[in-house]
Design a binder for this molecule. Structure first.
Ligand SMILES: [Zn+2]
Ligand SMILES: [Zn+2]
Length: 273
């Protein structure tokens, strides 16, 4: 299982086009897509599904049933609205087939424009997907309180007194942490005002070979040659490329990506292989 580090975060899972994509950031208690479900992912509480291609959601029944089996409260699974009802029917049928069990699960439909608060201080913004089936992307932000500028010159005691008297001395800001594109042919940088500042961008790169540019367009995926134009908009400290086609060997991917991406991108780009 590939494991990458981006600052304090450990990014682990697997991502291979048409096989399976599941990526966990344990420190944020979240998983992006669940094409399979390794046992070590069971305890993670938030699952964000990008679209209903089997390699991105096939692990959901295992995630639900294993949590049920070991007595962990249901995890929160977010899925695109189109397909939500079908998935619910499928899960109910699987659980009844599995000895008539009544799994507890928490499935929430999402659509572009939604903002989902989770954990104490995180929020997932749902962005467009731009794929061959209805799809979404996610931007995870951290909510922080900041002191209003008019109180900057006050002493600690004065601030405490104001707070006690019920005056609202702070305002909320959001810090963009991670953007996850899922499968896509490209997403506008204007999809969200904070998108370009995300600390980590997880971006698919299904196709690499020059002769596969047409295929990328037809199947609504990204091609390596499209990435420099996309990345120039991002201020991200880290970029992870994932979802490579099985046509290519890891050696070929490694070689071509660093040969063809501008040198200025090399230090922030890692490959999820
Ligand atoms: Zn895929
Ligand atoms: Zn797909």
């Amino acid at each position: 299982m590939p494991v990458l580090r981006c600052g304090n975060w450990v990014i682990e899972g697997k991502s291979s086009s048409a096989v399976a994509t599941y990526i966990r950031i344990k420190e944020l208690d979240l998983i992006f897509d669940l094409g399979r479900c390794p046992m070590r992912f069971i305890g993670t509480n938030h699952v964000f599904i990008s679209h209903f291609h089997l390699d991105h959601y096939f692990g959901i029944p295992i995630y639900i049933s294993q949590r049920w089996l070991v007595g962990i409260p249901a995890g929160n699974i977010y899925v695109p609205l189109p397909g939500y009802k079908q998935l619910r029917n499928i899960l109910n049928r699987i659980s009844s087939l599995d000895g008539g069990k009544n799994w507890r699960y928490q499935l929430t439909p999402v659509e572009t424009g939604d903002s989902i608060p989770f954990r104490k201080n995180l929020i997932a913004h749902v962005l467009p997907g731009n794929h061959s089936v209805p799809a979404v992307s996610y931007l995870i932000c951290e909510k922080r309180k900041k002191l209003k500028s008019e109180y900057h010159n006050l002493s600690e005691t004065e601030i405490i007194q104001l707070k006690r008297s019920g005056v609202e001395i702070t305002y909320e800001v959001q810090l963009p942490l991670v953007a996850y594109f899922g499968d896509t042919h490209g997403i506008s940088i204007d999809s969200h005002p904070l998108l370009k500042q995300c600390k980590l961008l997880i971006c698919e790169c299904t196709f690499i070979a020059p002769e596969h540019l047409d295929r990328a367009k037809k199947t609504q995926h990204l091609h390596l040659d499209m990435l420099p134009g996309l990345f120039k908009h991002f201020e991200s400290e880290h970029i992870i490329l994932n979802h490579f086609s099985r046509r290519y060997t890891p050696e070929y991917i490694q070689h071509e990506v660093y040969k063809r991406l501008p040198k200025s991108e090399h230090s922030r780009v890692q490959l999820f292989l």
